[in-house]
Design a protein around this ligand. Structure first.
Ligand code: ADP
Length: 319
């Protein structure tokens, strides 16, 4: 391939800029041209595309967000949208595309690959919910942000003898919750992957109360449901004043951690290597510290095991 495109799609994640930089630099070093496609698949449909030079990705590696902007694009889910996107590629000489995003974005990448534009996906999501990769770009930064915020909540919770119910992001996956929970010494962690009951949560709070503890942290994954209701029920059943805090989109921002920058650089480089070799309809990821790649459909059909052991340890050491 002589000319490729790069886009970011779906939810933004810290480290996406580092991945864009790696894609641009890797491609230029192989004498391939790179086009930046703006606002996800919308840019392909609307022709919102600009060439990226070696200097256009200077000074971005340390910034959160994405310099190419991101979006969700309904039109791309239909044949007409896909054909428009393909036409834009043909008109601009784009022979392959690197798609940085989550599983929804990979479905789109598979659809476009099937129509003759080879795409390679890079897992970029704070949720770490891509089964073929042990790690996704943005996950480490999001967990560190959540940890820092829960630590701050603990200060006020401790001063007031309160229970803080903290809702962290993760969509339907509890990875951010279990890791933040263990790192912050939460009394309870509630995730969608594990059965739970308000009675068990309250019993745990009462047990720890009996040993002299006066403040409590309950970390709830967003996929579980209403953290406000959980706080209300804890207060009713235990008599401990309880407040819910939803950390929300603040977890998606900020300067990427070293882990995210390194993963983004490796995955970006490897994605370009695949296109350079003429390979498409692939997703790159990390397994046992090695970069691997899978067919997109195969990657999408894989199931990620939950961190049962970490969840069990967190529970056993929090009393
Ligand atoms: P993420 O990539 O973070 O999972 P989304 O699920 O919102 O985010 O998907 C991002 C974009 O990918 C969508 O707005 C759409 O343009 C495209 N997409 C998602 N699902 C499909 C699908 N089944 N077929 C084609 N394109 C899709």
């Amino acid at each position: 391939m002589k000319k490729i495109g790069v886009l970011t799609s779906g939810g933004d994640a810290p480290g996406m800029n580092a991945a864009i930089r790696a894609v641009v630099r890797a491609a230029l070093s192989k004498n391939m041209e790179v086009m930046g496609i703006y606002r996800g698949y919308n840019g392909l449909i609307n022709g919102d595309i600009k060439p990226l030079s070696v200097r256009s990705v200077s000074d971005v590696i340390q910034h959160g967000g994405t310099m190419l902007y991101t979006a969700r694009c309904q039109e791309f889910r239909h044949e007409e949208g896909l054909q428009k996107a393909k036409q834009t590629c043909i008109e601009n000489g784009i022979e392959g595309i690197v798609v940085i995003g989550g599983d929804g974005s990979f479905r789109g990448a598979a659809d476009l690959s099937a129509r003759g534009i080879p795409c390679v996906g890079i897992p970029g999501t704070i949720d770490n919910d891509i089964a073929m990769s042990e790690y996704t770009i943005g996950y480490d930064t999001a967990m560190n942000t959540a940890m820092e915020l829960v630590d701050k909540l603990r200060d006020t919770s401790q001063s007031h003898d309160r229970c803080s119910v903290v809702e962290v992001m993760g969509r339907n996956a509890g990875y951010i919750a279990v890791n933040t929970g263990i790192a912050c010494g939460a009394t309870c962690i509630i995730v969608p992957e594990k059965p739970w009951s308000i009675e068990a949560v309250c019993d745990k709070i009462k047990q720890t109360q009996a040993t002299g503890k006066h403040h409590f942290i309950v970390v709830v994954s967003e996929g579980v449901g209403n953290s406000g209701d959980i706080a209300k029920q804890i207060e009713e059943k235990t008599g401990v004043e309880s407040r819910a805090t939803i950390l929300g989109h603040v977890q998606r921002g900020g300067s990427p951690t070293i882990r995210d920058r390194i993963a983004a650089s490796q995955l970006g480089y490897y994605a370009v290597q695949l296109l350079f070799e003429g390979k498409g309809n692939r997703v790159v990821g990390i397994q046992n510290n090695k970069i691997v790649d899978y067919d997109i459909q195969e990657a999408l059909s894989m199931k990620k095991p939950f961190e049962d052991e970490l969840y069990r340890i967190a529970d056993e050491i929090s009393f």
